[in-house]
Design a binder for this molecule. Structure first.
Ligand SMILES: C[S@@+](CC[C@H](N)C(=O)[O-])C[C@H]1O[C@@H](n2cnc3c(N)ncnc32)[C@H](O)[C@@H]1O
Length: 301
């Protein structure tokens, strides 16, 4: 939180876009820091998050505008609400603690709720659809690519053999099954963590949405404005790092070409060579902050 505020430096009268408003914690801090006239557009694809944020941000009156949408199209949403250009964009990726704690949504391998995992309840595919019907090779690819799961092939094969007899129903049932199938115990995390991460990314198309959101953020931030992204695992962080790196170069031609033919011009200046980490006091208060990595960039004219 402290690092986000220092980097976005909200100012009186500024206009900000929070693409992952969640429980409204960051949004409230940005609105406090930009009082009395700063405004914020908060987006979330989860209607339950929007309802909570509306309550948390009610004290800011019409300085806070909330809307349910996918951040992949945050530029269109910002345009519709008269929020272009903005002084800063924040993306705090992944799930909120509120979503994780809701057993009915099946995000956690400890939850007895159905294997759902949709951040947007109107989404077409649930985790149960994937686990119970996708081909073994597709399960293997999802576990390997999105979960970086070293035993992807073993887990995919075991799931396909087991579901013929009984399809998977509850999240904790799959969690226990994966833990039983794996031969190696990862250190410090539950054996099902990577498989659950992979399913969540696939259900919500998280990586493609992130790519689109970064490009959209560049289109709405004014020159000198900033984009701050907090990611929680290496796949997300790599996408953010590579996007910022590409957009901060004047030429993106392949290195073997003698002269530039791409005409690409840098649109960003990277402010964080390495990702910023939460201070230990924040990690003590909120242990989930320990894996957060914050990257920040500034829009060039
Ligand atoms: C880590 S939480 C954000 C918490 C928030 N910063 C706070 O202070 O309370 C991430 C939020 O992003 C939302 N989200 C994830 N992917 C999204 C997407 N593609 N479009 C819109 N919201 C998304 C989730 O529903 C969740 O509420």
């Amino acid at each position: 939180m402290a690092e986000v505020l220092a980097e976005l430096a909200p100012r009186e009268g500024g206009r900000y876009l929070d693409g992952t408003v969640g429980g409204g914690g960051h949004a409230a801090a940005i609105l406090d820091a930009s009082a009395p006239s700063g405004r914020l557009l908060g987006i979330d694809r989860d209607p339950a998050a929007i309802a909570i944020a509306a309550r948390e941000l009610a004290r800011f009156g019409d300085r806070a505008v909330l809307t349910r949408a996918n951040f992949a199209v945050l530029d269109e949403v910002a345009g519709e609400h008269g929020f272009v250009p903005v002084d800063g964009v924040l993306l705090d990726l992944g799930l909120s603690s509120i979503q994780l704690a809701d057993a009915e949504r099946g995000f956690s391998f400890r939850s007895s709720g159905p294997l759902d995992m949709r951040a947007d309840p109107d989404g077409r595919v649930t985790a149960a659809d994937i686990v119970n019907s996708w081909a073994e090779k597709d399960l293997r690819r999802v576990f390997a690519e999105y979960g970086e799961e070293p035993e992807a092939a073993r887990v995919a094969g075991a799931i396909v053999r087991r579901r013929v007899k009984t399809p998977f129903g509850a999240a904790d049932e799959l969690g226990r099954f994966v833990a039983g199938v794996k031969t190696r115990r990862p250190r410090g995390i539950d054996p099902a963590t990577r498989v659950f991460q992979a399913l969540r990314i696939a259900v919500n198309d998280e990586l493609a949405n992130l790519e689109q959101a970064l490009a959209a953020a560049m289109r709405v931030v004014r020159p000198g404005g900033r984009i701050a992204v907090i990611s929680f695992h290496s796949l997300e962080d790599r996408i953010v790092k590579q996007f910022f790196a590409r957009e901060s170069r004047d030429c993106i031609c392949p290195p073997h070409l003698p002269t530039c033919v791409c005409g690409h011009r840098a649109g960003l200046r990277v402010l964080t060579r390495r990702p910023l980490r939460a201070a230990s006091a924040e990690v003590d208060r909120n242990p989930r902050a320990r894996s957060a990595a914050l990257r920040v960039t500034e829009r060039l004219p």
